[in-house]
Design a protein around this ligand. Structure first.
Ligand SMILES: C[S@@+](CC[C@H](N)C(=O)[O-])C[C@H]1O[C@@H](n2cnc3c(N)ncnc32)[C@H](O)[C@@H]1O
Length: 299
């Protein structure tokens, strides 16, 4: 491999532009005030070290507040108003269900919308049959965005609950005519088997968590398994590969970690863009970083 000048990498800050159903209304004092469709939620956010900008009366309008964070994304909610625990939201033509359960995650990571738009544009621009593999697909919004743009998507997640939820969102979005394969399996095991079968994809999107479990208890540990997964992804991208998008949440590392992991397998072919997925509060313009990302594209 020729020596790559990683120090010269520009770190981009990507904030989603297309939301009507989501707003980061305010942040401060270790919390965020966010609107998810018709509901306003307060969640802890250690990055919000500044003062709140909006008055207490506005914060008092929240419907629910996350009161306790537990290990591995667990959480409990205090309901401040009588609200249903699941409700519908939309992003452009995509419709999906948000849920308040025993988790800080409610079924949508708003900052991811920057990647959905980017993938949609690439798929539409390619104007040819396009297969996308979505690993660790969760509630399926990346799958829906790619399917809506015309791709044939393989959606993989170890959790049957997540697969059911993603499938529900797919139907809610009226995308049943777009072919999606739903696979409940360990992401690495599936990717390696697909590679042995000689399957090829034009696009891969993956959001590997820090820790996770496959369907048969396989341990997913980001730092230990990412090289194997990257090698499998490389093997699954055909000669006509168009993109790979990787995001990483809750990882203590520079965004350059995933840039380097991608360059390791893709070499100097195509180009990469690396940075952080952020949201910006409407009240004072404070930026909150949620994940690191690297996007590889053929051009
Ligand atoms: C989207 S990822 C990461 C979530 C989030 N972006 C975060 O903060 O880490 C979470 C998804 O990965 C799935 N998952 C965890 N371990 C897995 C594994 N070994 N194979 C496939 N899916 C897995 C979970 O079921 C969940 O739906």
């Amino acid at each position: 491999m020729t020596k790559h000048d990683f120090l010269a990498t520009t770190i981009h800050l990507l904030a989603p532009q297309g939301w009507e159903d989501y707003e980061l209304l305010d942040s401060g004092k270790g919390k965020t005030l966010e609107r998810f469709g018709k509901h306003i939620l307060i969640r802890p956010e250690p990055q919000a070290v500044w003062e709140k900008t909006l008055k207490p009366e506005v914060w008092d309008k929240a419907d629910a507040m996350m009161v306790e964070e537990k290990a591995e994304y667990g959480a409990s909610w205090r309901f401040l108003k009588p609200i249903e625990k699941s409700w519908e939201m939309s992003y452009k033509n995509l419709r999906f269900q948000a849920q308040l359960a025993n988790s800080r995650h409610i079924g949508v990571f708003p900052e991811m919308a920057s990647n959905w738009d980017w993938m949609e544009n690439r798929i539409r621009k390619a104007a040819k049959p396009f297969k996308v593999l979505n690993l660790f697909g969760y509630s399926g919004l990346a799958t829906l965005a790619c399917a809506e743009a015309g791709a044939e998507v393989t959606h993989v997640d170890a959790s049957k609950h997540a697969i059911t939820w993603a499938n529900y969102n797919y139907k809610l979005s009226g995308l049943e005519k777009q072919p999606v394969r739903w696979i409940a399996e360990d992401a690495l095991k599936f990717a390696e088997r697909e590679m042995r079968r000689g399957s090829k994809y034009q696009g891969i999107v993956l959001d590997p968590p820090k820790f996770g479990r496959g369907t048969s208890g396989e341990v997913w540990d980001f730092f230990k398994k990412i090289p194997e997964l990257m090698r499998a992804c490389r093997g699954l991208l055909g000669n006509d590969a168009d993109f790979m998008v990787i995001t990483a949440y809750a990882i203590r590392a520079s965004a350059l970690l995933i840039e380097q992991a991608v360059v390791e397998v893709m070499g100097e072919r195509g180009k990469t863009e690396t940075g952080e997925l952020v949201t910006v509060d409407k009240s004072a313009g404070h930026v909150i970083s949620h994940a690191m990302y690297t996007r590889w594209s053929k051009d």
